[in-house]
Design a protein around this ligand. Structure first.
Ligand code: SF4
Length: 330
């Protein structure tokens, strides 16, 4: 039996876990191809208009698996950390897919909810195994092995790799001119079609990239504890906490926020990060928002201008525009 996994949304975070779990149970795992214009267009055509770009892309990946697999894995992620939630679009994902795409094979829905504790989330995998007709003990063993693979993967990320590096053979970074922090959801940053090769472009210009997955969860928690209010959104916390950790430790020469048009979480997280940055750190920053109409030309121009600005600033010893201050700098 072939199980298809869409290469979209949190695939970039959990693919070692999912791949290992199904593979260990004896299923052939088929990953949808890398995002392309055809996949994006098919997602846009099938999905409701007001969904965000990553959700549309997910629809396109599901459609691309039809006819190639016996079942498609759709994770319903209600919560991934205790006492926190994730964007509601992840909760309704299986229903959105069922109502929007015709001719689907069997859907394997994982009902993952770690709101009470992580064990409750792990039980969902055992339940999924039972749905597939495997024994409980076999599903538990496969899950234990999959969790070890997931931990190994996360330890590589903590050492500075990005999920793209773990998927590709070429991990060369070359000589570094500086470090650029990238803040964005994994399905934006690591999907090379949506991010228009942002990571490769920065590396080609001689920059090392630092991404949210490179920042330890304990560090994110510590930084977020200093905020006046608790953040209940796991990814909002991850983006804000990792961005603040990069800024606070002055670990980056510049920071780029990559956002999807229409994302409610990004709208306030990025605004908060920018405010903290302007008030406390003044590290060069740029916001790039993508949607289904974004093109390479405009994207490249923004990126080039941002890198030029960092390099000019470095060569002029930190001189910054006098906009908003008197000529004496008061
Ligand atoms: S967090 Fe934003 S980008 Fe991600 S699924 Fe929700 S609305 Fe879309």
């Amino acid at each position: 039996m072939k199980i298809g996994i869409p290469r979209a949304l949190l695939y970039y975070n959990y693919y070692p876990l999912w791949h290992s779990f199904f593979g260990d149970l004896g299923y052939q795992v088929v990953i949808s191809p890398a995002t392309s214009r055809a996949i994006l267009d098919s997602g846009v055509m099938s999905c409701v208009d007001d969904a965000c770009l990553p959700i549309k892309v997910f629809h396109g990946h599901v459609a691309s698996l039809i006819g190639k697999v016996d079942a498609i894995f759709i994770p319903r992620l209600v919560s991934i950390y205790p006492k926190e939630f994730i964007c509601p679009k992840f909760i309704g994902l299986p229903e959105m897919i069922k109502s929007s795409i015709k001719g689907l094979p069997h859907l394997l829905v994982l009902n993952c909810n770690a709101h009470r504790n992580l064990d409750a989330a792990y039980k969902a995998y055992v339940e999924l195994g039972k749905m597939l007709g495997v024994k409980r003990s076999q599903a538990v063993r496969a899950l234990q092995k999959a969790l070890i693979n997931q931990q190994l993967y996360e330890s590589l990320l903590k050492k500075g790799q990005t999920p793209i590096d773990t998927l590709n053979e070429d991990k060369s970074i070359g000589e570094s001119k500086g470090v650029i922090g990238l803040i964005g959801h994994p399905y934006l940053l690591y999907d090379e079609f949506i991010s228009m090769g942002l990571i490769s472009k920065l590396r080609a210009r001689g920059y090392v990239v630092m991404v949210p997955e490179n920042v330890a969860q304990s560090h994110i928690e510590a930084v977020c504890k200093e905020l006046p209010k608790k953040l209940f959104w796991s990814y909002g916390k991850k983006l804000l906490g990792s961005g603040l950790a990069m800024l606070k430790g002055r670990k980056v020469d510049g920071i780029i926020f990559l956002s999807s048009f229409g994302c409610g979480i990004d709208a306030f997280i990025i605004e908060l990060l920018q405010r903290y940055n302007h008030r406390l750190y003044q590290i060069p920053s740029a916001l790039i928002t993508v949607d289904e109409h974004s093109g390479q030309a405009g994207f490249n121009t923004r990126l080039e201008a941002f890198i030029d600005m960092i390099e000019w600033r470095n060569s002029r010893e930190g001189h910054i525009s006098p906009h908003g201050t008197s000529v004496l700098g008061h």
